[in-house]
Design a protein around this ligand. Structure first.
Ligand SMILES: Nc1nc2c(ncn2[C@@H]2O[C@H](COP(=O)(O)OP(=O)(O)OP(=O)(O)O)[C@@H](O)[C@H]2O)c(=O)[nH]1
Ligand SMILES: [Mg+2]
Length: 195
């Protein structure tokens, strides 16, 4: 198996949530930590990619490597985070997770990793009919295309998918409970799922 790096995307503004989602908690554990823990057994290195206002907060609570989105693309969303990690690592594959999926678990990451196929550029979850670009494994050969989209100010993950060979994995590849892919955008969702 080629080398895999883990990327936890935490550079969003949490506007809908109202406070930084990475630091919301489920059963006493920060949301971002669930993503870190899920990646840990399967990757050789982990990067949290965030923005300047959260750096000191991360440093207080974790020893993981923390990156800032490359300045030129700051504010351009998840693609900017993936780009930043790809520029930093020379791992062949980057396993991307968001920082707001508090039911994600190592088992899910392990099953996704088993689906890595060199004849594809991206392996992405499409469980339950929902494409989840942020639960995906990106080959570093997508770097150039990502850079081009960001230069064009096209920040859509799905634009990248249109230009790449994507292997979508779903419940036929492996079963997963639906809640595993639940991300939290609104305080109301937090209240529904967490309490
Ligand atoms: N590194 C990086 N991560 C991002 C960026 N924008 C969003 N993300 C992350 O991508 C994931 C999904 O994004 P959203 O669900 O939209 O989260 P968000 O942007 O913080 O929240 P909203 O402001 O409500 O859209 C979250 O883990 C975000 O932290 C970005 O510009 N850079
Ligand atoms: Mg957003």
């Amino acid at each position: 198996m080629k080398e895999i790096a883990g990327a936890v995307l935490a550079g969003g503004e949490s506007r809908r949530f109202g406070s930084p989602k990475a630091f919301a908690k489920r059963e006493g554990t920060y949301f971002f930590q669930f993503s870190v823990n899920a990646l840990r057994p399967f990757v050789q290195e982990i990067y949290i990619v965030s923005h300047p206002s959260l750096i000191s907060r991360f440093r207080q609570v974790t020893n993981e490597k923390i990156l800032l989105d490359e300045e030129m693309y700051r504010g351009q969303g998840p693609l900017a985070g993936i780009y930043t990690v790809m520029r930093r690592t020379d791992a062949e594959w980057i396993f991307v997770l968001p920082c707001d999926m508090p039911y994600i678990r190592p088992d899910t990451v392990g099953k996704m990793v088993k689906c890595i196929d060199e004849s594809f550029d991206i392996i992405a979850s499409a469980h339950f009919g929902r494409i989840q670009p942020l639960v995906g494994i990106y080959n570093r050969r997508t770097l150039q295309e990502i850079g081009q989209l960001l230069n064009e100010r096209n920040n859509r993950m799905l634009s990248l998918f249109e230009h790449c060979r994507v292997r979508y994995v779903n419940e036929q590849d492996f079963f997963e409970e639906e809640c595993v892919f639940q991300n939290i955008n609104y305080r109301q969702e937090y209240d529904n799922y967490m309490t």
